[in-house]
Design a protein around this ligand. Structure first.
Ligand SMILES: NC(=O)c1ccc[n+]([C@@H]2O[C@H](COP(=O)([O-])OP(=O)(O)OC[C@H]3O[C@@H](n4cnc5c(N)ncnc54)[C@H](OP(=O)(O)O)[C@@H]3O)[C@@H](O)[C@H]2O)c1
Length: 285
């Protein structure tokens, strides 16, 4: 990574913030842009910023992540998660920039009853999942080399994650009800950033699943987090329709991280250990 210049889009999101923290700590040169500073749906904004900054690598942390809202706002979800990848791909191609992009476990339908690997056939159930899959396809069609990481249940210092929402609710409610229906893998932004940077250092290319080890429901995840935060709320599992949501979610969309671990020669932590690390670093009030 020495001598490389990085451009980060979607800098105000949870992953964008973690990249800025880690890159600053490692003294790697980077330029970060929020939605207001570089709207990835705006071709002129994207091409102008890329030609001004002239980065070696563009890490796209921007996304429309509101899974339920996307059902009634499919136009915006598709603009940000699919069509904007045409802008980013074109700018990267023109200026010879290596693109790193993030997708989702929601490209799968959850019927496999095993961990999903990179060769499994996607079949998204929701507008969000379809828009993320289309974004992947646009990159593959337009660029010869790139990195796409599929992630699941991302958590970190940002506020757009279940742990933050549960933490805020826990201030006013003794009992929190959490879904025990869907199962996936909570994955810590710090682990995502470190694995991404190592992948870039080692010259990895293509599609990878990037998640912690293990698997959990939202109920197990929040219960474990509350325990580690020494909060005395009661966390109750909910097994059915109480949480009926607009978007259909896969029942078991846990991603296998075997390929990335093998190619990087690393172990990714069990999600419980990732939560432990986060609790030690957590600054929420
Ligand atoms: N969060 C998860 O559980 C999860 C799970 C699987 C995969 N992923 C993927 O992981 C990546 C990082 O997610 P995250 O959790 O860091 O997301 P996040 O916290 O929601 O951050 C996304 C950022 O993108 C910005 N953005 C939205 N539209 C934009 C546009 N047109 N141009 C530029 N920026 C725009 C958002 O700004 P506003 O907030 O102002 O709109 C926000 O700051 C995304 O690709 C996401 O799809 C996330």
């Amino acid at each position: 990574m020495e001598g490389k210049k990085i451009l980060i889009s979607g800098a105000d999101g949870q992953l964008g913030k973690e990249f800025q923290k880690v890159l600053a700590e490692k003294s790697i040169e980077f330029f970060s842009f929020s939605k207001e500073q570089m709207d990835i749906t705006n071709f002129v904004s994207v091409i102008g910023t890329v030609s001004d900054v002239k980065p070696d690598i563009l890490i796209n942390c921007a996304a429309y992540n509101l899974v339920d809202e996307a059902e009634s706002n499919s136009e915006l979800a598709n603009e940000v998660n699919s069509k904007a990848l045409e802008n980013l791909s074109a700018a990267c191609k023109k200026h010879n920039v290596f693109l790193v992009h993030y997708s989702s476990d929601y490209v799968f339908d959850g019927t496999k009853e095993d961990f999903y690997n990179e060769d499994d056939t996607p079949n998204p159930l929701s507008v969000y999942g379809k828009s993320k899959l289309k974004g992947e396809k646009i990159i593959k069609e337009n660029l010869a080399s790139y990195l796409i990481f599929r992630l699941s249940w991302v958590f970190g210092e940002g506020e757009n994650n279940l742990l933050y929402k549960a933490y805020q609710s826990a201030k006013t409610k003794k009992v929190l009800k959490m879904s025990a229906v869907d199962v996936s893998i909570p994955t810590y932004t710090e682990d995502i950033v470190n694995a991404t940077l190592l992948s870039l250092e080692k010259g990895l290319k293509g599609l990878y699943h990037l998640s912690s080890k293990g698997y959990s429901s939202r109920y197990e995840w929040v219960k474990y987090f509350m325990l580690k935060m020494e909060m005395e709320n009661i966390i109750l599992p909910v097994f059915k329709s109480e949480f009926e949501s607009k978007a259909q979610r896969p029942k078991f969309s846990a991603l296998s991280n075997n390929k990335i671990c093998k190619d990087l020669g690393i172990m990714l932590p069990y999600w419980e250990n990732a939560v432990n690390k986060f609790v030690m670093a957590c600054q929420w009030e």
